[in-house]
Design a protein. Structure first.
Length: 277
């Protein structure tokens, strides 16, 4: 919803939703809601030929290594009398896989290590092939962890979920939700054709440091530090998969090609001090 207040004053915005209950919320925010489900291709006929610009931020299905939702979206858009001119897709930095803490730019080959990241890689490949053949100007934003005052790991900190001891602690990357909304609209107007951009801020923190920083800012207990073997015994597989990937994301292309200036350059500017609600 952070994107709509920025887009509505300058654009006629259609918002696809599969929820009838959400249509009133979208309408109140200034969008024209369209009922459709990316899991049901038959419901997508109305979007064909409708818009010159498309922003795709729907996550893939929860299982498998392929993104059928993006497949259905491409098929629906391709069936129209006219095609979009510009397309922005929000992917993830997870497509790089574990980089052992190395600095990573957009030239690094993807090496997804989880089905979650494989689905994103499949979405990117589909969009590149379609956009390249159809003449659609595609920008792919590879997005790290999104945070905002209402998107902080408060429940995890209150539960005392551990983080890894410093020797095993992976690097993690972030972007404030408000900056991501601004980056998305900037890519729509300034993005080069078939171009990928790392949409990460300037933060250079390890995962445990991030949780300790959030705890300090909100007056919560710092999370306990545990060795990797203990974490494997105590934590769910999904959380362990994030702890098993370490990379530091470079954002030079975002700054130089899109001329983007962060409102919150690091999490230190983006997370105000206060008490957790």
């Amino acid at each position: 919803m952070r994107l709509l207040p920025l887009a509505v004053p300058r654009h006629r915005v259609y918002a696809l939703t599969h929820s009838r209950d959400r249509m009133a919320v979208l309408r109140h925010a200034g969008a024209i809601p369209l009922l459709g489900d990316l899991d049901d291709p038959r419901s997508l006929a109305r979007i064909a030929g409708l818009a010159e610009d498309v922003i795709h931020m729907v996550p893939p299905p929860g299982q498998g290594d392929r993104d059928t939702r993006t497949t259905h979206l491409i098929q629906a858009l391709a069936s129209g009398a006219s095609l979009p001119q510009r397309f922005v897709y929000l992917s993830t930095t997870g497509v790089y896989g574990d980089c052992a803490g190395d600095w990573v730019d957009e030239s690094r080959p993807t090496q997804p290590q989880t089905e979650r990241a494989q689905r994103r890689t499949h979405a990117e490949a589909q969009l590149r092939a379609w956009a390249g053949s159809a003449g659609v100007r595609l920008s792919i934003l590879r997005v790290p962890g999104i945070y905002a005052p209402d998107r902080l790991p408060i429940a995890r900190l209150r539960a005392g979920t551990p983080v890894l001891e410093p020797a095993s602690d992976p690097y993690t990357n972030h972007i404030h939700a408000d900056d991501l909304a601004r980056v998305t609209l900037t890519a729509l107007t300034r993005g080069r054709p078939n171009r990928t951009y790392n949409a990460a801020d300037h933060s250079c923190m390890r995962m445990g440091e991030y949780f300790e920083f959030v705890a300090e800012r909100l007056g919560l207990p710092a999370p306990p530090r545990v060795p990797l073997d203990e974490a494997r015994a105590r934590l769910p597989a999904t959380l362990l998969s994030f702890m098993g990937e370490s990379r530091r994301i470079r954002n030079r292309r975002l700054r130089e090609e899109l001329r983007f200036v962060f409102r919150y350059p690091t999490v230190r500017e983006g997370i105000p001090a206060g008490k957790a609600a």
